[in-house]
Design a protein around this ligand. Structure first.
Ligand SMILES: *Cc1c(COP(=O)(O)O)cnc(C)c1O
Length: 494
């Protein structure tokens, strides 16, 4: 029997995994959730013996039940290969009493690679299974990280094209260089004169244009999305929590069955939701600690039960967490409401009309596993410096938000449970903020000078992802006005 997926917002017909991956978002605007969360079949004692790819298969086969073993293994092996700079794929570093689960060893050196390296393969396989013969066109608006990871994932994947829009003056120089040097016949990168919201709204408008969809269908194209609400991105993220647990047992750091805490630097709530799913599958996780930066909507939510996005948007040194609407939280809301689509719809309507909602006491009771914390800019910078001074280990700004939250939690609670911190980006991706946290003498250096300085100071090699873009040729130079995005898409698709 297949595990089916239903929308968080209505009682419409459930779908298979491959159909849910293809659609991305349900017709009613809801997110696809599995009808039940499957139990991990493999005993905890045996987990540590599995490779990353084997662990991925053990987890994904339980969720993507309409994929054959051959299809799934092919997707997994095409994704987790030598695009990663270590065969461990997600290695663990023990520093100052915490386990840093490094999710940044993929081609764009941020954790988005963990899911976006497999999504293109899941999507094209899903298309074949459902007799979709159109070419799939991925449209994405990015504030920096997702765009490059999606480009790298879809580059030269047969049967797909990818078009990425980014705010021309709204990403870091390294992030821009990473995108505009992207190779691949099927990749298109366009800067827009506007901010991230303009790019996002433009993409939404193109998706919503039914006439355009019909015209493109006539030319053999179909749009799809690579954003983080796709169930094909969520499930691959469960894998590394299961894998990390097994490896820690194998190294003798944990006894099989012993509980761990997990701390996750959070933006759209995808990564920490994956940890919650892992817990529901039977992985011994105690607390799920959700770490926010100054945009602490989630911290306030876990404190009070009120989600309120009516507040100032603050730009921080952890930009991938600068988010006021955490889309994946909807899946948690649905679960703590007791799989109640009507209640979820009511709350999501309130969010879109009033910018806020309040959950019931019963729902609050059901999310006791979660704890919210946040770190200010100053605390984040201080954490980078202290950890470096004490151990020589350098973490990026997003990971540092989590580490700061963990330190505060430990001081307050005296909890000695072993803890895994999700390390979501390489410090090389946010070199300037990281180096300035360590010493203010770096103000006057260029970004690439800082990269070399970081290498010396941390004793780590400059990752290929950064080495490549130093000299790489700029291949994408298109810039357009925010209201010309659809024209650009039409031009590309001829
Ligand atoms: C996307 C991102 C996050 C936030 O992850 P969510 O799944 O959106 O909560 C944190 N850190 C980095 C570096 C990211 O790129």
């Amino acid at each position: 029997m297949n595990l089916m997926y239903r929308s968080t917002r209505s009682h419409s017909e459930p779908m298979t995994a491959s159909q849910a991956i293809l659609k991305g978002l349900a017709e009613d605007g809801g997110l696809f959730v599995p009808q039940s969360i499957p139990e991990l079949k493999i005993p905890l004692e045996q987990l540590g013996k599995l490779t990353y790819q084997e662990t991925a298969y053990e987890v994904m086969k339980l969720f993507f039940t309409d994929f054959t073993e051959e299809e799934l293994k092919k997707c997994i092996n095409s994704a987790y290969d030598d695009k990663f700079d270590t065969s461990e794929i997600a290695p663990i570093t023990n520093a100052d009493g915490a386990f840093y689960l490094e999710l940044f060893h993929g081609s764009t050196i941020a954790f988005k690679d963990m899911a976006l390296s497999i999504l293109p393969h899941l999507l094209t396989t899903a298309a074949k299974k459902n007799q979709v013969t159109d070419e799939i066109v991925i449209l994405t608006a990015t504030s920096g990280d997702t765009g490059k990871a999606a480009l790298a994932g879809f580059a030269d994947v047969d049967g797909t094209k990818i078009i990425v829009f980014y705010p021309k003056d709204g990403v870091s120089p390294i992030q821009e260089k990473q995108m505009v040097t992207q190779k691949g016949e099927n990749t298109f990168v366009i800067g827009i004169k506007g901010n991230f919201d303009d790019a996002q709204n433009g993409v939404k408008a193109i998706f919503g244009n039914k006439e355009l969809a019909v015209t493109l269908k006539g030319k053999g194209y179909q749009f799809s999305s690579a954003n983080s609400i796709n169930i094909g991105r969520l499930v691959p993220q469960i894998v590394y929590y299961v894998y990390a647990y097994g490896k820690l047992c194998e190294k003798g750091e944990l006894q099989p069955g012993e509980k761990i805490n997990v701390v996750v630097p959070t933006g759209n709530f995808g990564n920490i939701l994956a940890a919650f799913y892992a817990k529901n599958m039977g992985l011994p996780i105690d607390k799920l600690i959700c770490a926010s930066n100054d945009n602490k909507v989630l911290f306030d939510f876990f404190q009070s039960g009120a989600y309120d996005r009516n507040r100032e948007f603050i730009l921080t040194t952890s930009p991938s967490m600068d988010i006021l609407i955490s889309s994946n939280l909807e899946r948690l809301i649905y679960k703590i409401a007791g799989d109640d689509a009507d209640k979820t719809l009511e709350l999501m309507k309130a969010l879109s009309t009033d910018g806020k909602y309040i959950i019931t006491d019963g729902m609050k009771e059901n999310m006791k596993d979660f704890l919210g914390g946040y770190a200010t800019e100053q605390e984040t910078a201080k954490t980078i410096k202290q950890l470096y001074d004490k151990t020589g280990y350098v973490i990026d700004t997003h990971t540092a938000v989590a580490a700061a939250v963990y330190n505060k939690y430990q001081t307050e609670s005296k909890d000695t449970t072993k803890t895994v911190i999700a390390s979501t980006a390489s410090p090389y991706k946010f070199t300037r903020s990281v180096m300035e946290a360590i010493d203010n003498k770096y103000d006057s250096m260029t970004d690439f000078e800082l990269v070399d300085e970081l290498s010396t100071l941390s004793g780590t090699a400059v990752p290929p992802a950064i080495e490549e873009i130093r000299q790489a040729e700029v291949l994408h130079e298109k810039v357009c006005d925010a209201d010309k995005m659809q024209l650009m898409v039409e031009e590309i698709l001829g």
